[in-house]
Design a protein around this ligand. Structure first.
Ligand code: PHE
Ligand code: ZN
Length: 881
């Protein structure tokens, strides 16, 4: 492990093109039980365009160098030196072959980057800088080489040997060993390299591309998971077809392989031709996977597949450009999911996530632009800002240039930069060039951090028949950026008349606004738009479809919100209105809680919810979404600071109960109308029915009455699928009913062999609001199923407690914080990336009251006094700055 108390800051402004390039990389990886030897033959040449140096510096970490040769001649020790993860060679020729033999220890590699072992299977993770743990290299994405990989291992333990590209040679060796040689015809940066060796089973299918090439599709899993690959395979084929239709992008190799591994830091990885997936993002079956899980598999499969163009064929010049591939690819997978299901529901889920997690990140000490300008550890920048806000920025470009213009721009981008490592600027440039527009102010979205706040006021004048909207934009200061400039913000709008129709939009001066894409483009700190020929006072529907990642502040009456909830043509804003209505009612209740008085929810909300539950003409999926109460985390992000942890929790519970008792008849009749499915299908209608039924069950269970508990227990026992079973399980475990201990035991007994279900079992228990939860979590850390080297298990137990259980985690006695700090300190040694993600939770101390903030900072200091990995060091230092 790298241990260093002042790791250095890397800056975008200091980017320099590489002095040396690598044209070919030939690897020979020999796996033995106690170690692995890697021979790398690198065809190196001076970069004549830029080179100034005469010495070559390669990076490597945790390597033992056994041999080093230049053009087959051993290099004397006087001609190279190794220090601080670099191998420096002086006076190398302009072009030569460097041969390195390094020895590594995958079995002891718990960081899960480089080559490591997951449940007996060897696999790699090289993004961002893991390749340096395999051999000394120019480990940077602008160095692209053609790779061949020969893998050698014991044949009976590791019958499957995989790498990028196509297999070109294989054979048996002495002592029960065998080898396979792979060749990848596309040059690539080393972060896209992958290798797998294991005893795996495979599911195969094929896809014929639009130009008629046949591609073999293979998903490799452990034998007991063979029955959980259908959904992933189907999603893959739909992704391939979709990318041809929507972006004109075809797959380019003869094989596409996916390998499922249980120990994985992230969701999945787009290695060329050989994706490596967290089991949680590839395996799915009715019995073991929820609807949300199916949705996740579909979108991650698509995401990794789409990277083949947005990331692999055109890659990033440096890691500051990460959003070039991630923001764009998230946008592409969001579009895909929207096309596969309900566009509105998908948009709601995406925005909800953005507003809960990304907005919080962007208002804290780790705030950074989607193209950061400095970092200590790049692993800390795989963030919701780079990914999700990055996707929002691409979405805004599409809104500004239109659907056809966007396709022209992406065609130009792929064509112009195929085979290159480029920048975010190149992407914007292609969009500008293809559409002859000027995005210079828009580019600020890439360099400016923080969430802009958009304050809107409106005025109707009956006498002049005008409606005036005034927008004021302001982005709060963020670390390193005290002054902010006005951004170019597209605001999609509608003015809704009393019958629910959109009024034609005509600005004073005569400009008509495109009725098919009604967007106001803001560029100034303050801007006013006067609409004319407005005869009655309309209700303004602003930021439709969440057309820009901003905090909208437009005070509207509860009646106006209820009206929009029922009538807005824009589905997203119908949902948004319902959320605003709920939040405004909750604000009253929270204020009441603070004065020790109980406030009943406004009847406007109760009536609006009653309509949702009874009007059979409404879209089921939307009804279910609108009935979902915002999470405590969402509320914490939105409401004024310091966060009233207990008031938020109690008020939300009180609202849930009040709604359940006022609407119990309507909710019970939903349970009757949509009885448990006896067969599982992952399709819209069924997903919506399950979602609505389980939402009603969740409300009713808050009353903890015998008849509902009985129903819930029955659902737990009879459910034919994990969605229904887990909903019932959660409702029971989060209640105070005595039945729950038995249910917890039964669920575990039933699913102890399904690791991903056991994750859910941990998660539900860790997020229980009861006061003894932390004790239970500590107990579960000693459970046989818990594994501190498994990121999935850590997220399921520790992560769920600290992220999804605000009342307990923020217990004012500080026990939650001390617990988290203990885990960070332990994980820092085992897996710095996961440790650092846990540490991020503590960076929000400034959002809490003085007592809590003090306790969090105390724990942060305790962590800081340890010898830290750069990952944790960066987060903790920034948090305490
Ligand atoms: N590039 C991967 C993705 O977004 C994420 C990832 C990053 C995976 C780093 C592993 C390590 O699809
Ligand atoms: Zn990605």
């Amino acid at each position: 492990m790298k241990e260093n108390n002042a790791p250095k800051t890397i800056r975008l402004s200091e980017y320099r093109a590489p002095d040396y390039l690598i044209d070919e990389t030939h690897l020979d990886v020999r796996i033995f039980s106690d170690y692995t030897d890697v021979t790398a033959q690198l065809h190196i040449r001076k970069n004549t365009q830029t080179a100034v140096a005469t010495s070559l510096e390669l990076v490597g970490a945790d390597l033992e160098l056994l041999e080093i040769k230049v053009n087959a001649e051993p290099v004397p020790e006087s001609l190279y030196s190794i220090a601080d993860e670099t191998l420096t060679m002086n006076n190398v020729p302009g072009q030569f072959i460097l041969t390195l033999v390094t020895r590594i220890d995958p079995k002891r590699n718990t960081s899960l980057e480089g080559l490591y072992v997951s449940k007996g299977m060897y696999c790699t993770q090289c993004e961002a800088e893991g390749f340096r743990k395999i051999t000394y290299y120019l480990d940077r994405p602008d160095v692209m080489a053609r790779f061949t990989t020969r893998i050698e291992a014991d044949k009976s333990s590791y019958p499957v040997l995989l790498s990028n590209g196509n297999p070109v040679e294989k054979g048996d060796l002495d002592a029960g060993r065998h080898f396979v040689k792979w060749e990848d015809p596309f040059k690539k940066p080393c972060y896209l390299f992958a290798l797998v060796a294991g005893d795996l089973s495979v599911v195969e299918d094929r896809f014929v591309t639009s130009s008629g090439r046949e591609v073999s599709l293979q998903i490799f899993v452990e034998p007991q998971d063979l029955d959980k690959c259908d959904h992933a395979m189907d999603s893959l084929k739909r992704s391939m077809k979709w990318d041809e239709n929507v972006y004109g992008r075809e797959y380019d190799l003869d094989i596409y392989m996916i390998v499922a591994v249980s120990h994985f830091n992230m969701g999945a990885m787009e290695n060329k031709g050989l994706n490596i997936f967290n089991t949680s993002c590839v395996l799915a079956s009715a019995e073991t996977t929820t609807d949300a899980g199916f949705q996740r598999v579909e979108s991650v499969i698509a995401h990794e597949y789409f990277h083949n163009w947005s990331g692999n064929r055109v890659t990033c010049r440096d890691w500051f450009q990460l959003s070039l591939k991630e923001g764009f690819t998230v946008f592409r997978d969001q579009q895909f999911s929207a096309d596969m299901g309900s566009e509105t529901v998908n948009r709601i889920d995406d925005v909800n996530f953005l507003k809960t997690v990304q907005f919080a990140e962007d208002s804290g000490p780790m705030s950074h632009p989607i193209r950061p300008d400095s970092y200590i550890e790049i692993n800390n920048f795989y963030t919701t800002t780079v990914y999700e806000k990055g996707a929002e920025v691409v979405r805004m470009i599409r809104r500004l240039v239109g659907v056809d213009g966007f396709r022209k721009g992406s065609d130009l981008y792929f064509e112009r930069h195929d085979g290159q490592a480029v920048t975010c600027d190149d992407f914007v440039q292609a969009m500008e060039d293809a559409n002859q527009i000027d995005l210079s102010q828009f580019r600020l979205w890439y360099s400016q951090s923080g969430t802009p706040c958009l304050q809107v006021s409106s005025e109707f004048s009956a006498s002049s028949e005008t409606f005036t909207l005034t927008f004021k934009q302001e982005t709060p200061a963020t670390p390193g950026q005290p002054e902010k400039k006005p951004l170019h913000i597209p605001v999609a709008i509608g003015l809704v008349d009393s019958t629910g129709n959109d009024l034609p939009l005509e600005l004073e001066g005569g400009t008509r606004i495109d009725p098919d894409n009604p967007v106001l483009e803001l560029k100034q700190p303050t801007e006013t738009f006067v609409f004319r020929n407005i005869k009655e006072k309309p209700v303004a529907s602003l930021l439709r479809g969440f057309s820009a990642p901003v905090r909208l502040q437009y005070p509207q009456s509860r009646e106006a919100l209820a009206f929009l909830m029922a009538h807005d043509r824009d589905g997203f804003n119908r949902w948004s209105a319902s959320q605003q209505l709920v939040v405004s009612v909750l604000e009253d209740m929270i204020a009441g809680f603070q004065n020790n008085e109980s406030v009943q929810p406004d009847s406007v909300l109760v009536d609006a919810f009653r309509t949702l539950l009874t009007d059979s003409s409404l879209d089921l999926a939307m009804v279910a979404k609108m009935l979902e109460l915002p999470t405590e985390q969402f509320l914490a992000e939105l409401l004024p600071k310091p966060t009233q942890v207990d008031a938020i929790h109690q008020s939300r519970e009180a609202l849930k109960q009040a709604l359940a008792s006022s609407l119990s008849t309507e909710m019970t009749s939903v349970l009757d109308r949509y009885p448990l499915h006896t067969e599982y299908h992952y399709r819209d209608q069924d997903v919506s029915e399950r979602s609505l039924r389980n939402t009603c069950m969740y409300y009713l269970m808050s009353l903890e009455q015998d008849d509902v508990v009985e129903r819930c227990l029955n659902q737990f026992k009879q459910a034919c699928n994990m969605t229904d079973q887990l909903s019932a399980f959660k409702a029971l475990v989060h209640s105070s009913r005595s039945e729950k201990s038995q249910v917890i035991e039964q669920f575990y007994q039933r699913w102890s062999n399904e690791s991903l279900v056991v994750d859910q079992w941990f998660m539900v228990q860790a997020s229980a609001p009861q006061a003894d939860t932390l004790e239970r979590v500590k107990e579960l850390m000693n459970h046989t199923a818990f594994d501190m080297t498994s990121p999935n298990k850590i997220r399921a137990l520790i992560g769920a407690f600290c992220n999804n259980n605000p009342v307990n985690f923020h217990n004012e006695d500080g026990s939650g914080y001390a617990f988290l700090a203990d885990q960070i300190i332990a994980l820092n040694k085992l897996n710095p990336q996961v440790a650092s993600r846990m540490a991020v939770i503590m960076t929000r101390w400034a959002n809490f009251d003085q007592a809590r903030a003090g306790l969090i900072k105390q724990q942060l200091s305790r962590v800081q006094s340890e010898p830290l990995s750069p990952d944790v060091y960066e987060v903790v230092t920034k948090a305490l700055k």
